[in-house]
Write a protein that binds this ligand. Structure first.
Ligand code: GLA
Length: 389
C-alpha cells in the first residue's frame, strides 16, 4: 500500500480515537501465493508458498483502558469490545483480531486495551489469505507494542489457532507461516509436520508467475474445507488400523488397491490419492525451479489442478474453465491456489505472452460467465514488519 494512503489512515486514526502524545505504530503483513503443495498443510505435507506485495496494514496504540477499539477502513465501521471476547456475528471482521488477543492470552500474556485501525488491498475471497494477513499483523503488532517479543514463527501459530478456534475454519499453518516469515524474492519450503523451513531463491528468466482472479467465491468454501479435512483424518485412521507406521496421510505410500483394502470410502480414497501424489509433484517443482526446467514445473502445476479438481474436489466450473483455456492457449502451467471454490489461478508463462493471453482470457471468460477477470502481476516480498511513514 502506498505511503499516502498510510498517512491518510493515520489522520483517520486520530480523528476516530483522538490525538495523544503517543503516535500509533504501523505494521504491515503481505498476501501469499502457494506454488505447490495444496491441501497438504494440515496433513504434515511440504508446501512452497511465497509472500506477495498486496498487504494489510494496522495502526496500533495502547489506550490505557481495558477496552479494545477497532476501526476498519474497508467496512467503515468502529467496534468496541471488552473481555470476555466472543465471536461477533454483526462484524465478523473483528473475529480475526479478537481471536488473536484470546490466543496470545492463552499463552500467559495479559493484553491491555488498545486502539487499532485496519486497512488493506488484498482482494477478499480471492484465495490470497487476507484473513491470515490480518491475524498475523495483529499478533505481531500486539507483541511489538507491548514488548512480548514473540518470535514470528510463533505468531503464525497464534494466527492459525485464532482461525481454528475463534473463527471456526480448521485451516492449516501455511498461510500464517509464510505471511510471518516471508522474504523478498524467495519462497519457502515448509514442512508442516515439524515446521522446519528453508528459503529458496529462484530466477524465472524470461518467464513470470502472475495471478488471474476468477472473481467468484462459492459460499460452500468454509464448510467444504472442514469436511475435506475430516475426510482426510478418517482416511488416515482407517489406514493406521492396518498400517500403524504412518503418522501423517502425506507420508502414506500404498498403492490404490492397498488403499482400497483399508476400507476407505470412495471420497476418502480420492482425497488420499490427491494428498500422496502431491508429494511427488512438489519434489518435481522444487527440482524444476532449481534447474530452470520450467516445463517440468508447469506440467506439475497443471497436474495439481487436475488432482484438486477431480480427486480433492475443491475447484469449481469457473477456475476449471480458466485453467483449461490457459492450457489450450499454451501457457507453461497454471492451477487454482488456496482453499478453492473460486479465487485465484496462478499462471507460469513467458513474459512476452501476457498481453495476448490476458486479452483472450478476458474475452472468453466474459462470454462464458459474464464476469470480468482481474490479472495481478506481483513481486515476492517480505513477511510481517513494522514500517515507518
Ligand atoms: C487455505 C488454508 C491453508 C491451506 C490452503 C490449501 O488457504 O488457509 O491452510 O490448507 O487453503 O492448501
Amino acid at each position: 500500500m502506498d505511503s499516502l494512503r498510510s498517512k491518510e489512515n493515520l489522520n483517520q486514526f486520530e480523528r476516530i480515537f483522538g490525538k495523544t502524545n503517543s503516535t500509533p505504530r504501523l505494521f504491515e503483513a503481505p498476501a501469499r501465493i502457494n506454488i505447490i503443495g495444496e491441501h497438504v498443510d494440515y496433513l504434515g505435507g511440504i508446501v512452497l508458498p511465497a509472500a506477495i506485495d498486496f498487504s494489510v496494514q494496522v495502526f496500533l496504540r495502547p489506550n490505557q483502558t481495558q477496552t479494545y477499539r477497532f476501526h476498519s477502513i474497508t467496512y467503515n465501521e468502529t467496534v468496541e469490545l471488552e473481555k470476555p471476547l466472543q465471536p461477533n456475528r454483526q462484524s465478523p471482521w473483528t473475529d480475526y483480531i479478537a481471536g488473536v488477543i484470546v490466543e496470545i492470552e492463552a499463552l500467559g500474556f495479559f493484553v491491555p486495551g488498545f486502539d487499532l485501525l485496519v486497512d488493506g488491498n488484498i482482494p477478499q475471497g480471492s484465495g490470497l489469505s487476507s484473513s491470515a494477513a490480518l491475524e498475523v499483523v495483529t499478533g505481531y503488532a500486539i507483541s511489538e507494542s507491548f514488548g512480548f517479543n514473540i518470535p514470528k514463527e510463533k505468531i503464525a501459530v497464534i494466527g492459525q489457532k485464532a482461525e481454528n478456534h475463534f473463527v471456526g475454519t480448521k485451516c492449516g499453518i501455511m498461510d500464517q507461516f509464510i505471511i510471518a516469515v516471508g522474504k523478498k524474492n524467495d519462497c519457502i519450503s515448509l514442512n508442516t509436520d515439524t515446521l522446519a523451513y528453508s528459503y529458496h531463491h529462484f530466477e524465472l528468466g524470461t518467464n513470470e508467475f502472475y495471478l488471474i482472479n476468477s472473481n467468484v467465491k462459492h459460499n460452500l468454501k468454509d464448510s467444504a474445507y472442514n469436511k475435506r479435512r475430516s475426510e482426510c483424518e478418517s482416511a488416515l485412521q482407517k489406514i493406521q488400523a492396518k498400517h500403524p507406521k504412518w503418522n501423517q496421510l502425506y507420508d502414506v505410500t500404498l498403492t490404490e488397491s492397498e488403499l482400497k483394502n483399508c476400507g476407505l470410502s470412495p471420497e476418502e480414497l480420492k482425497r488420499t490419492i490427491h494428498v500422496t501424489t502431491e508429494r511427488e509433484r512438489t519434489k518435481l517443482v522444487i527440482q524444476g525451479l532449481e534447474s530452470n526446467q520450467f516445463q517440468t514445473v508447469g506440467d506439475a502445476l497443471f497436474a495439481t489442478h487436475e488432482s484438486l479438481s477431480k480427486q480433492f474436489e475443491v475447484s469449481c466450473e469457473e477456475t476449471d474453465f480458466i485453467v483449461s483455456r490457459l492450457a489450450e492457449l499454451g501457457v507453461i502451467g497454471a492451477r487454482m491456489i488456496g482453499g478453492g471454490f473460486g479465487g485465484c489461478v496462478l499462471v507460469l508463462d513467458k513474459k512476452e505472452h501476457f498481453d495476448k493471453i490476458s486479452a483472450e482470457m478476458k474475452k472468453s471468460y466474459q462470454q462464458k460467465f459474464n464476469i470480468a477477470l482481474d490479472f495481478y502481476k506481483f513481486q515476492i516480498s517480505d513477511g510481517v514488519k513494522e514500517i515507518s511513514i
